[in-house]
Design a protein around this ligand. Structure first.
Ligand SMILES: Cc1ncc(COP(=O)(O)O)c(C=O)c1O
Ligand SMILES: Nc1c(O)cccc1C(=O)C[C@H](N)C(=O)O
Length: 427
């Protein structure tokens, strides 16, 4: 949905450059509306992931293109949540910490997310918000880095919370934050770079950054690499282990469909786990929490990322929501995501009178996440009108219409209807 305040304060990082491919092309080459509707039907009929939509509860008549902000409700979550509340809490009471597996939920659910982000088991702990995990990751990264190094590079167009947390982590660890354009990040890494924090997919433009190349560049420079996966996890293959990423964080309420405010996660590569020194050493991250000793001894493995008592209701709702991924390959999701965004761009070019919108999302597949952002005048009002007509995307200040495509429940007919509705608004 739309942001509550259009003039949200930005960190002291520069805003994104909203340049991108134009949607204006020779109208003679554009397909007709009837053709596009028929194509959508054929694409849906051939879509092997199409049946996954049954795993979600979506309101009738709505095209939901805001799964990059809040994912849809997976069908089993309501019953699971009722059981967690009624039986596990209501009847088993405190016994559920053992008998219902509450205590081990952060690592167990971390292992359920791990294959979706290319991580072997034992490296992902679920809990807290993304912002809190960013804090743990950045201070932890600074403590892993060579102490003579002084710079913390952050992508200049980052989601605000990353910039705010990086500034605070830098103050605490004696580092200096340096905003960088991700396309220049590799060149900016040097012998004095301690930590690099980048978003895998830019929240505003949908630009996908080159995780393998940028991680390799950080490694070559001797810096610790931290990725924010909020806009890529569940939308495309991430390959954390394969690319020897050091640390990563992400939320679970977007493409992972964990629900509003569902807990985030922290990935700590196995090779760093012994040395990872959390700045939030709560009793849940202790090697023996119930020994209740005065001295902190970190747990082994990803469990040392834990802080306090896990938010069990949200966490078990998330665990249930991840069942929607049973038997689904992230490669197939990526292929459909690209087909959906390609088709959306094509439909927008055909339906929206030329000159009204401009895509700020890269055309090139290798640089595109699972969203399309269109710049237009009066974007806030245009999005409000779209929502009123049953097409839910969101608005990002100052002038961006943002559309997220979740391949598990979005189909090609949805895409065609969304673009057609947008065309009617401008028509
Ligand atoms: C890239 C990115 N990082 C972090 C966040 C914020 O995470 P949280 O509210 O879970 O702390 C968001 C979205 O809210 C985001 O898009
Ligand atoms: N986390 C959110 C929330 O609590 C309310 C509304 C939106 C959000 C979001 O996730 C925003 C999102 N990160 C974005 O890309 O803009």
């Amino acid at each position: 949905m739309s942001e509550p305040t259009p003039t949200m304060a930005q960190p002291s990082l520069t805003g994104p450059s909203l340049t991108g491919p134009s949607l204006t092309g020779p109208s003679a080459t554009r397909p007709s509306p009837g053709e596009l509707a028929r194509r959508a039907e054929a694409l849906d009929a051939a879509d092997e992931l199409g049946k996954l939509r049954e795993r979600f509860t979506l309101p009738e008549g709505v095209v939901y293109l805001d799964g990059n902000s809040l994912g849809a409700l997976p069908a089993g979550v309501a019953a699971t949540t009722a059981d967690v509340v009624g039986r596990q809490w209501g009847e088993l009471l405190i016994r559920s910490w053992d008998e219902s597996g509450w205590w081990t939920a952060p690592e167990r659910i971390g292992d359920k997310i791990a294959p979706l982000i290319g991580a072997a088991p034992g490296q992902v702990a679920v809990g807290d918000s993304t912002s809190v995990n960013l804090f743990k990751a950045l201070v932890g990264a600074a403590r892993l880095a060579d102490p003579s190094r002084t710079r913390l590079l952050v992508d200049a167009s980052t989601f605000p919370t990353d910039g705010y947390i990086a500034a605070s982590a830098a103050r605490m660890t004696g580092l200096t934050v340096e905003p960088v354009d991700p396309s220049q990040a590799a060149a900016a890494m040097g012998a004095d770079t301690a930590v690099v924090l980048l978003n895998h997919v830019d929240y505003r433009t949908g630009r996908l950054h080159d995780l393998p190349a940028l991680t390799a560049a950080a490694r070559a420079a001797g810096a610790v690499m931290v990725w924010d996966l909020c806009h890529s996890a569940g939308a495309l293959p991430v390959g954390l282990d394969e690319n020897a990423v050091d640390l990563a964080v992400g939320c679970t309420y977007k493409y992972l469909n964990g629900g509003p405010g569902s807990p985030a996660y922290l990935y700590i590569a196995e090779r760093h786990q012994t040395a990872f020194d959390s700045p939030l050493p709560g009793w849940n991250g202790h090697a023996d929490p119930f020994a209740m000793t005065a001295q902190y001894v970190p747990a082994t493995g990803a469990a040392r990322a834990r802080v306090g008592t896990p938010d069990i209701l949200s966490m078990l709702a998330l665990e249930s929501s991840l069942d929607a991924w049973d038997g689904v390959s992230i490669e197939a999701v990526r292929a459909k995501s690209l087909a959906l965004t390609d088709f959306f761009l094509e439909c927008v070019a055909a339906y929206v009178p030329a000159g009204n919108v401009e895509s700020v999302t890269p055309d090139e597949h290798a640089r595109r996440g699972s969203q399309v952002s269109l710049r237009t005048a009066n974007a806030r009002e245009v999005m409000a009108e779209l929502v009123a007509r049953g097409v839910i995307g969101d608005f990002r200040a100052p002038d961006v219409l943002r559309f997220g495509f979740t391949p598990l429940y979005v189909g090609f007919a949805d895409v065609e209807r969304a673009a057609r509705t947008l065309g009617h608004i401008f028509g």
